[in-house]
Design a protein around this ligand. Structure first.
Ligand code: UFG
Length: 326
C-alpha cells in the first residue's frame, strides 16, 4: 500500500499525519476545502482544493490519483458550535462522509481510516473506557461521528468496505521539529488557550467548572501527542492491508490530567504566571474521559513515544511562539 489520499490533510491532525507519511515514503495527495486548513501545512504531496461532499470532484481525484486507501480527517470539530448549529455538523461530518464513501466504492477504492472521537462515548459509565462501551454521545458533534461509525459497519458488511475507526482522545502538541502545529483561527482547546493566554493573546484563562467529582474538582482528560496519533494511523493502514477487516481503536495513553494540572504545567513550561479565572461548568463536558488503550497497543503494536504532558505542552509552546511570528 503506497498511495494515500488524505482528506483534511491541510488541517491540524491531518497535516501531521501527512508529514509522517511523507517521511515514510508514501505517495500522498491532500484533498481539503481549506475551511480550516493552511497550504503551508502540507509538507508532502499535491494539494487539491475541494469538499468531500463534491462527488464529481472526488471522483476525478480518485481516478487520477488512484489511491490504495483514503484517510478521512475533513470534519468540523467544535462541540459548542455543534450544539448551536447541528445541521452544519450532520451535513459535513455525516452526510459528506457518506458521499465520500459512496464515491470511493464507485471508483474501486475500498479502504478507509476514519477520524472518530472519544465524544462517541458521551459520559462513560466505566473508566478507562473500552471500545465496547455503548455509543452514547451527548452533543451533535459526537453524534455526527457516531452516525458514521454505524454506517461504516453496515456498508462494510454489505459492500466490502474495509475500514478502521480511530477514536481520538484529547489531541495536543505539535511536530517536534516545529514545522507545523495547530493553527486554528480561534481555538477552544485547553492547552492552546492556556498558551495563547501566556503569550498575551487573551487576558485570562477560564477554568470551566471546579465542582466535578475528581481529585481537584476539574475535568480529567487523556492528552495524546499528535505525532503518536499520526503513528497510529500508519499502523492502522498497514493492519488494514494485512488483515483486511473493519475495526475500531481508542487512541489515548490510558491516563489523564485535570484541567488544573494542565494549567500548572503550562505555567511551568512558559514561565508565565498568567491569570486564571474559575467559572461555571461548560455545557456538555463529561467529568472524565480516559482511554483504555490496551487494544491498540496489543493489536497494532502501537508504542507511543511522547506520553509526557510536559513534552506535549513544550512542543505546543514552541509552535505557538513561532506561529505568531509567521
Ligand atoms: N477547558 C477549560 N478552559 C478552556 C478550555 C477548556 O477549563 O478555556 C476545559 C474543558 O472544560 C475540559 C478540558 O478543559 O474539561 C478539555 O477541553 P478541550 O476543549 O481542550 O477538549 P474537550 O475534552 O472538550 O474536547 C476534545 C476535542 C473534541 C473531542 C473530545 C473527546 O475538542 O473534539 O476532546 O475527548 F470530542
Amino acid at each position: 500500500m503506497s498511495r494515500v489520499m488524505v482528506t483534511g490533510g491541510a488541517g491540524y491532525i491531518g497535516s501531521h499525519v501527512v508529514k509522517l507519511l511523507g517521511e515514510y515514503g508514501y505517495d500522498v495527495l491532500v484533498y481539503d476545502d481549506m475551511s480550516n486548513g493552511n497550504p503551508w501545512a502540507v509538507l508532502y504531496g499535491d494539494l487539491v482544493e475541494g469538499n468531500v461532499g463534491d462527488e464529481g470532484k472526488v471522483s476525478k481525484v480518485l481516478k487520477e490519483f488512484s489511491p490504495d486507501i483514503v484517510l478521512h480527517f475533513a470534519a468540523f470539530i467544535q462541540v459548542n458550535e455543534s450544539v448551536n448549529d447541528p445541521i452544519k455538523y450532520y451535513e459535513n461530518n455525516t452526510l459528506n462522509t457518506l458521499r465520500l464513501i459512496k464515491t470511493m466504492l464507485k471508483n474501486g477504492v475500498n479502504k478507509l481510516i476514519f477520524s472518530s472521537t472519544a465524544a462517541v462515548y458521551g459520559i462513560p459509565s466505566d473508566l478507562p473506557v473500552k471500545e465496547e462501551h455503548p455509543l452514547s454521545p451527548i452533543n451533535p458533534y459526537g453524534q455526527s461521528k457516531t452516525f458514521v461509525e454505524l454506517m461504516l459497519k453496515d456498508i462494510s458488511y454489505a459492500m466490502g468496505l474495509k475500514y478502521i475507526s480511530l477514536r481520538y482522545f484529547n489531541v495536543a502538541g505539535a511536530d517536534p521539529e516545529c514545522k507545523i502545529g495547530q493553527a486554528y483561527r480561534e481555538s477552544t482547546h485547553l492547552i492552546t488557550r492556556a498558551l495563547k493566554t501566556a503569550k498575551g493573546e487573551y487576558e485570562k484563562l477560564q477554568i470551566f467548572g471546579t465542582d466535578y467529582p475528581t481529585k481537584d474538582g476539574t475535568c480529567i482528560r487523556d492528552y495524546i501527542h499528535v505525532m503518536d496519533l499520526a503513528e497510529a494511523h500508519i499502523l492502522a493502514m498497514e493492519y488494514l492491508n494485512e488483515y483486511n477487516k473493519g475495526n475500531v481503536f481508542n487512541c489515548g495513553y490510558g491516563h489523564g490530567f485535570t484541567v488544573k494540572e494542565v494549567v500548572d504545567m503550562a505555567k511551568e513550561v512558559t514561565r508565565v504566571d498568567f491569570l486564571v479565572e474559575e467559572t461555571d461548568r461548560r455545557e456538555g463536558d463529561p467529568p472524565e474521559l480516559v482511554a483504555d488503550s490496551s487494544k491498540i497497543k496489543r493489536e497494532l503494536e502501537w508504542k507511543p513515544k511522547y506520553d509526557d504532558l510536559e513534552f506535549i505542552i513544550k512542543t505546543a509552546w514552541e509552535w505557538e511562539k513561532k506561529f505568531s511570528s509567521q
